[in-house]
Design a protein around this ligand. Structure first.
Ligand code: MN3
Length: 203
């Protein structure tokens, strides 16, 4: 059974970057919906319901055909939003670890260059999807994007920061101005949480 994680903040605390109504609908309707549909499709598959979500997604190609498309969409949606909420904090913080800062310097040239690359990837993702900072099997960082609710875990790589570019994430506030949402969103990143995810991702 997969459970909707509690948010680290109230619905109104990401404002003015993300308004309270958007957070509430996104969390209580969209994220809850993915969670409920994931549990429903896995009913009767106790082994799969017991798995850590990252393991379930990494085994997407081995799952029974009858559940695979729904796990891709709803399991992906469940996990992606867990990371999205965890990536943000009211007002943002700069508590980036020395290790992560050093790795960003090596792989991108610096935090500003990472920002430019990530926001550009997110802005140019056609239609609905996500942009990610990921750690690959060689412990290198890179920026990727995924369509729909596809998860980096399905490709054997570990997301440590993720931004939702589905219109439901920003439309009330920003309408079609995705780049404005992204620029504002960069300011509410929880670098402590991202640094923790980086430390856990290293193998
Ligand atoms: Mn979403």
């Amino acid at each position: 059974m997969y459970l909707l994680p509690k948010l680290k903040y109230n619905f109104d605390q990401l404002a003015p970057v993300i308004d309270a109504k958007t957070v509430e609908i996104h969390y209580t309707k969209h994220h809850q919906g993915y969670t409920d549909k994931l549990n429903a499709v896995l009913e009767g598959h106790e082994d799969l319901l017991q798995m850590d979500i990252t393991e379930l997604l990494s085994k997407i190609d081995e799952l029974p055909e009858g559940v695979r498309p729904s796990v891709r969409n709803n399991g992906g949606g469940y996990s992606n939003h867990n990371i999205y909420w965890d990536t943000m904090t009211p007002g943002g913080n700069d508590m980036i670890s020395h290790e992560l800062r050093a790795a960003i310097k090596v792989d991108f040239g610096g935090v500003d260059a990472l920002k430019e690359k990530l926001l550009s990837e997110a802005a140019s993702r056609f239609g609905s999807g996500w942009a990610w900072l990921i750690v690959d099997a060689n412990n290198n960082l890179s920026v990727i994007s995924t369509p729909n609710q596809d998860s980096p875990y399905m490709e054997g790589i570990t997301p440590i920061l993720g931004v939702d570019v589905w219109e439901h994430a920003y439309y009330l506030n920003y309408q079609n101005r995705r780049p404005d949402y992204l620029e504002a969103w960069w300011g509410i990143i929880d670098w402590k949480a991202v640094s923790d995810r980086y430390a856990e991702a290293l193998v």
